[in-house]
Design a protein around this ligand. Structure first.
Ligand SMILES: Nc1nc2c(ncn2[C@@H]2O[C@H](COP(=O)(O)OP(=O)(O)O)[C@@H](O)[C@H]2O)c(=O)[nH]1
Ligand SMILES: [Mg+2]
Length: 462
């Protein structure tokens, strides 16, 4: 499937840089580049031009004015990113310069590419499947090591292979059912209904296992949001600054200093952790502070993890008890800060009030308890992402999750139909729909595959 039009776009970010690249893709990509760019030292001999960067000059063909001294490279179809003829001009990275070069290409017949259009063409031309296309975006947007590993694995086809494996299982079941439909009156040993139901059950478990990787994928990509909460002056902002290693939030002995939410990202175990410092929660306060407290409560609600801070040098008070209540039934950590001072609050009081979160003695002043806090956060991440952290496959998108959920639902009703002794055609319909749901993840299509499996498994033609 090839497109008639040739698209062009700067593929490096807008702004200034050492190099800016303009890419063209489509049937006229080469002729357009040759119109605006001439190699230094004469024309390139035919056949010697592919995939080699060459120095040349860009000129406006209408006026002949020189624009830039730039490199060009040609990737002939089909072995290019999009599967079409692709050419790139590696120019000097000036914002105006790059716009001018793209403008020349448009004047010469190219059309400005839409967002993601190169990748979209790569998919439509069969160069990559949908999961690989998504992986390209994930790689670019990765904010931590985990996200990179998952995205690269997915780009290399890890998710596609896993989904294909599941589809293979579906096809095998379908082949069994179709054999029953086609050859039920012949003398063939066919799997029993209970056997088919058991096969479907095993498949449901495998699909569910992949479905369960969603949180890991999401957390790897987006990180976890950890809200630092507590009454005023317990040391929340000091803790944020200490964990980040920079003076991000203002620290003063005046209660109610922090009013808006201040957030920044920390890397822990390859996951981004978005730490959010919030206004101290208390009953009193002026109007601005009250809005800040509202926001703090909001963040506390939305956070994946609560880091509740208490001043251990003072007796616990009503506002502290309110913070403890926020910890109930949530992933949380309690920090007894200011442990460099003589203690007035003890762990026992937390236990007595039903706090089940791990309690860490901390001193932002002396930087004590930092390792314990990091470990506790990591522990929470591991709990949220599931055990198998070594698994390099994880679904990362709602689209994947919905497709898998649909497949599970269809397989459950197929299993039930098999157990109820429904005609094989009925079971086959559900199973086929499940296969289509899985297919939607990679965008691959199956039809001949079913026949292949039948012949391979049953050797009918012998
Ligand atoms: N002694 C001692 N003082 C601390 C500690 N952490 C914070 N403080 C002090 O407590 C006051 C309030 O700190 P801040 O971080 O602004 O608290 P927040 O209102 O909870 O954000 C400041 O004067 C800090 O220097 C600590 O671990 N030990
Ligand atoms: Mg503060």
């Amino acid at each position: 499937m090839y497109f008639e039009d040739t698209i062009v776009a700067p593929i490096t970010p807008p702004g200034t840089g050492a190099v800016g690249i303009v890419r063209l893709s489509g049937p006229a990509a080469f002729s357009i580049v040759k119109l605006i760019w001439t190699p230094l030292g004469g024309a390139i001999p035919n056949g010697a031009a592919a995939r080699v960067l060459r120095l040349g000059e860009i000129r406006d063909p209408r006026g002949g004015a020189g624009i830039d001294r730039a490199m060009a490279v040609f990737f002939p179809q089909p072995k290019s990113f999009t599967g079409e003829d692709v050419a790139e001009l590696h120019c000097h990275g000036g914002a105006y310069l790059i716009r001018r070069v793209a403008g020349l290409a448009v004047a010469a017949g190219a059309r400005l590419a839409e967002r993601g259009e190169f990748t979209r063409r790569a998919f439509l031309n069969g160069r990559i499947d949908l999961t690989e296309a998504e992986a390209i975006r994930d790689l670019i947007e990765a904010r931590g090591e985990r996200a990179l590993t998952l995205a690269l694995g997915q780009l290399n086809g890890a998710l596609a292979v896993r989904v294909d494996g599941l589809r293979g299982q579906v096809l095998a079941i379908r082949a069994h059912l179709e054999a029953e439909i086609d050859f039920s009156d012949e003398d063939l040993k066919l799997p029993s209904r209970a056997q088919i139901a058991a096969e479907i059950e095993a498949l449901i478990e495998d699909v569910a296992a992949l479905h369960a990787t969603f949180d890991r994928g999401r957390i790897a990509r987006e990180g976890i949001r950890a809200a630092i909460i507590g009454r005023p002056n317990v040391g929340k902002s000091s803790i944020l600054n200490l964990m980040l290693g920079i003076e991000r939030a203002i620290v003063t002995p005046i209660p109610g200093t922090t009013r808006d939410v201040i957030e920044d990202t920390l890397q822990l175990g390859g996951y981004p952790v978005v730490l959010q410092d919030t206004a101290g929660i208390r009953e009193a306060g002026d109007q601005v502070e009250r809005i800040g407290i509202e926001r703090a409560l909001e963040r506390a609600r939305d956070a994946d993890l609560l880091i509740a801070v208490f001043d251990s040098s003072e007796a616990l008070q009503a506002d502290d008890f309110r913070v403890m209540e926020l910890l109930a039934n949530r992933a949380g950590i309690a920090l007894l800060n200011k442990s460099d001072l003589p203690p007035s609050a003890s762990e026992r009081q937390f236990n007595d009030r039903g706090v089940t979160a791990p309690i860490i003695r901390f001193s932002a002043l002396r930087a004590q308890g930092v390792d314990e806090l990091r470990d506790a956060i990591l522990h929470q991440i591991e709990a949220a992402t599931g055990e198998g952290l070594t698994d390099t496959v994880a679904i990362s998108r709602e689209r994947h999750r919905e497709a898998l959920a649909r497949a599970i639902e269809l397989l459950r009703s197929a299993r039930q139909a098999a157990l109820d002794g429904m005609p094989p055609e009925i079971v086959a319909v559900e199973v086929t729909l499940a296969s289509e749901a899985l297919t939607a993840i990679t965008g691959a299509v199956d039809s001949e595959d079913v026949l292949d499996v039948i012949f391979r498994e049953f050797c009918i033609g012998k």
